[in-house]
Design a protein around this ligand. Structure first.
Ligand code: SER
Length: 343
């Protein structure tokens, strides 16, 4: 069987770096693209890196023949509120361009190009924190009323992906419908890596607090102590992407799946950080806008569909996350200074 060719956009981001490493074990030919040059750590795994603004680069990818597109490039939720129109351009125009490419190539090849899209808990939106607490776990089709530009962009791109893979130009009604692309999305909770730090997100207080504690730096958390959302270890996020890409299409009952690992409050994060690093200095100085964003996101996720359809199950619950992933890795990491990659 010939080697599968894949495109990873946003390859220098947090998920991107981890995914490229994960894919490198699968024998794929990996083409990467990002605004930034590739970090040294993943350079050996990329057959070719295309640096530049995705929106203007997509036309060059018409010369390639990708089996799978992992479209990770995005402007995250806090940053997107500061530059709203630019975020829309990156998040929506970039996705649209790539979906058009996937649709065109699927028809030409007579074989569906798979399109993997990381969506987010930002696609949800509660009117207020009381509604959030009262509701608890959310299913994919509930509370799809995002408050943020990023959340609106993610939700709309989910819909665009479904359109391009099922109803594109109403060609599904043709006597001989063309092969369309195969769009699959995962709504991620806040992700935490021991190796990289996020930038521009609103769930960033979790990873920022833990990395600061491990480095002995004081940290002022930008949300209240009682703020609760769902989080996940980066290796589980990568596992979920690699699982979903391999599931036979007929097993999928939907295109967009929630996945979940553990939920905890910012105060519980602090307690866990203090247990590992007793001299950590963590205070709470809520920023009203960022607080409002997290208050609109669910505190727990119902991932029944992913568990049922493709056997999703995280490896890391809260205890395993700290004891078997984050703490051992972060201790090694900060013993070797200057190896952090900030996205
Ligand atoms: N982690 C993202 C953010 O905070 C949400 O998907 O923007």
């Amino acid at each position: 069987m010939s080697q599968k060719s894949v495109l990873v956009t946003g390859a220098c981001g947090e998920i991107g770096q981890a995914l490229v490493q994960g894919l490198s074990k699968g024998g794929y030919r990996i083409v990467t693209t990002d605004l930034m040059p590739l970090p040294e750590a993943i350079k050996p795994f990329s057959a070719e890196h295309v640096q530049g603004d995705l929106v203007y680069r997509v036309k060059q990818f018409y010369d390639y023949d990708f089996d799978i597109i992992f479209h990770l490039a995005a402007s995250l939720s806090s940053k997107a509120e500061i530059a709203t129109e630019e975020a829309h351009r990156i998040n929506v125009d970039g996705t649209m361009q790539l979906l058009m490419l996937a649709a065109y190539k699927s028809e030409r090849r007579g074989k569906a190009v798979k399109f993997l899209f990381p969506s987010s808990i930002a696609a949800y939106g509660f009117a207020n924190v009381e509604e959030k607490r009262r509701t608890g776990r959310v299913k994919e089709d509930d509370y799809n009323t995002p408050h943020t530009m990023y959340g609106c962009n993610k939700l709309y791109c989910e819909k665009l992906g479904i359109y391009y893979s099922n109803f594109y130009a109403q060609r599904h009604l043709d006597p001989q419908p063309p092969v369309m692309c195969d769009f699959r999305a995962i709504r991620f909770p806040g992700l935490i890596s021991a190796f990289t730090l996020p930038s521009g997100g609103t769930s960033d207080y979790g990873p920022e607090m833990l990395h600061a504690a491990a480095q002995g730096r004081p940290y002022a958390c930008f949300v209240r102590e009682d703020t609760k959302i769902s989080f996940m270890a980066m290796p589980d996020a990568i596992k979920s992407i690699l699982m979903l890409v391999d599931v036979p299409r007929e097993k999928l009952t939907r295109a967009v799946y929630n996945i979940d690992a553990f939920s905890l409050t910012a105060g519980e994060f602090r307690q866990r950080a203090l247990r590992a690093f007793p001299s950590a200095q963590i205070t709470f100085e809520p920023n009203p806008r960022r607080q409002g964003i997290v208050d609109s996101w669910p505190e727990d996720i119902d991932d029944t569909a992913a568990r049922r359809d493709w056997g999703w199950k995280p490896d890391y619950d809260i205890d395993r996350f700290f004891d078997e992933y984050f703490l051992p890795e972060i201790r090694k990491r900060y013993r070797t200074p200057n190896r952090m990659t900030k996205e």
